[in-house]
Design a protein around this ligand. Structure first.
Ligand SMILES: [Zn+2]
Length: 504
């Protein structure tokens, strides 16, 4: 994105977090301790495609269910934990009568179909006991995400006589896994994790007793007021979202810290020094752990990607690297020019090899970085999971942009890390979606031009071609329409006459 466009409303303030509960459920198997984790459906607005422990938001009816040994809000969040665990895995942590697996499945169906959890328990003579749910920390989703939770975690041992299973719905899959193996999946980039789940797996990988694990879970490292400072969604890719003046509905630009010893810092975009300090703090904390920052890399020259480059590079005494076509347009001296195909090697316990791809279209000097091992893609403004990418001629070129998107789609790609919006777990699927959407929009622009019997101006094309979005997007849409029309003109599908357009 480039500078803010006049006339657009400011982004909405972050919403207050919703109360939620999550359950770190474990069992002692012959091969050692195992936890039950879930893969969330890609389409979910919160952590789509991520791996997580069972959990969900508090239901007002949870306050009606009695808990032996707890009352008030402490009881309510515990009921939420028990109910979500039951709904998502079929495990029912309750005392009282024995219930066989067939009956449990029937009860689960009843609850999933909207039946009262409290009534189901009561009818079976079952009660919830506070002792069965060991408090295991509290986590607040950072304010940059639109969907936020205030989540209470519990540590729970699964009953030996029950089967954990995932039924189709919000969850793609679920399985028992050794914490070490789950961490291996996170390391190779095939299982993305939010900080509470990463921390839980690390703690459970060194489990000795419930008391030891609970104590460690309740005191996670690198947190302020229950909010994680370190968002390492996959090994060696830290995300630090910084407030920037960017295009609504985006409010932040994601800066990235890549590497596990040698570090690269990508796109410090915040113009505000205090905001940049969040990024510097994360880097310094990694340095205290033995990391060595090597450079600041810029994906392109736009202000919401370079606003903090001077401050951050000076604070950490780092050189700045960028493509030659960006180098003259950024507020600092660029000491190394990046070119297509070269590899930035980062030494460390998990070595990374970031290949530079020159991907013009949004900006002429735009680069992406793809790690050869984990297939993670740092994609700058090529893809946004929160807003439309603006292709603003003459800098922007729609035909070139689409060619680069196609080039990215042909690569083996894992997760995409965009400059704006949440992380995309399945990169190739997202690129497919983008290309389909772009083709659809191009067809709509062509159809809009063709719907007039006379040559038409942009002011007539935009409201028709973008009749599916609210009018306040039209100033941005107009720039994209110009880019689409330039492509159609180059392809001789649209003609220009005295500044107006008609179908060829
Ligand atoms: Zn940009």
């Amino acid at each position: 994105m480039s500078e803010a466009i006049e006339g657009l409303p400011p982004a909405p303030p972050p919403k207050p977090p919703r109360d939620a509960s999550a359950v770190i459920v474990f069992r002692r198997a012959a091969s050692g301790l195992e936890v039950f984790w879930l893969e969330r459906e890609q389409r979910l607005s919160f952590a789509g495609g991520f791996f997580a422990f069972p959990g969900g938001k508090v239901d007002p009816a949870d306050a009606q269910v009695p808990v032996e040994g707890a009352s008030g809000q402490a009881a309510q969040v515990l009921v939420t934990a028990a109910r979500e665990l039951f709904e998502e895995t079929g495990l029912l942590i309750a005392r009282g009568a024995q219930v066989d697996q067939t009956s449990l499945d029937a009860l689960r169906t009843k609850v999933l179909e909207g039946g009262s959890f409290g009534e189901v328990l009561k009818a079976r003579g079952l009660t919830l006991q506070a002792n069965d749910f060991v408090p295991a920390g509290r986590w607040l989703t950072p304010p940059y995400l639109q969907v936020r939770f205030d989540a209470r975690f519990f540590l729970v041992e699964a009953p030996a006589n029950q089967q954990a299973t995932v039924w189709p719905g919000e969850l793609a899959a679920g399985e028992w896994i050794r914490p070490e193996d789950a961490l291996g999946r996170w390391e190779e980039g095939s299982a993305l994790l939010h900080p509470p789940n990463l921390n839980a797996l690390r703690v459970m990988s060194r489990f000795t007793t419930v008391a030891q694990a609970a104590a460690e879970l309740a005191a996670p490292p690198w947190c302020d007021d229950f909010t994680a400072r370190h968002l390492e969604f996959q090994r060696g890719v830290h995300v630090v979202p910084l407030l920037t003046p960017t295009l609504p509905p985006a409010t932040h630009t994601n800066a990235y810290v890549l590497g596990t010893k040698d570090l690269l810092i990508v796109d410090p975009g915040a113009p505000d020094d205090a905001e940049c300090e969040k990024l510097v703090t994360v880097v310094r904390e990694l340095m205290a752990d033995g990391a060595v920052p090597r450079a600041v890399v810029l994906t392109h020259h736009h202000g919401d990607h370079t606003g903090g480059v001077k401050y951050v590079s000076e604070q950490l005494s780092l050189p700045v690297w960028a493509h030659a076509l960006s180098a003259e347009r950024v507020p600092v001296k660029v000491s190394r020019l990046l070119s297509d195909g070269e590899v930035l090697e980062l030494d460390g316990p998990f070595p990374m090899r970031w290949r530079v791809l020159h991907t013009p279209g949004h900006a002429t000097g735009h680069v992406c970085l793809i790690d050869e091992r984990s297939k993670a893609g740092i994609v700058g403004d090529m893809v946004s999971s929160v807003s439309t990418i603006i292709i603003d001629p003459p800098e922007g070129d729609m035909a070139v942009y689409l060619k680069q998107l196609e080039r990215l789609r042909e690569l083996p790609l894992g997760a995409l890390f965009p400059a704006h919006g949440p992380i995309v777990a399945h990169g190739v699927a997202k690129l497919e979606e983008y290309l389909t959407h772009r083709a659809w929009r191009e067809a709509k622009v062509l159809e809009a031009v063709g719907s007039f019997s006379m040559p038409v101006g942009l002011e007539e094309v935009v409201p028709r071609a973008y009749d599916d979005v609210s009018a306040f997007i039209w100033p941005i849409a107009e720039r994209n329409t110009v880019a689409i029309l330039q492509k159609l003109v180059a392809e001789e599908r649209v003609m220009v006459e005295a500044g107006k357009y008609r179908v060829a």
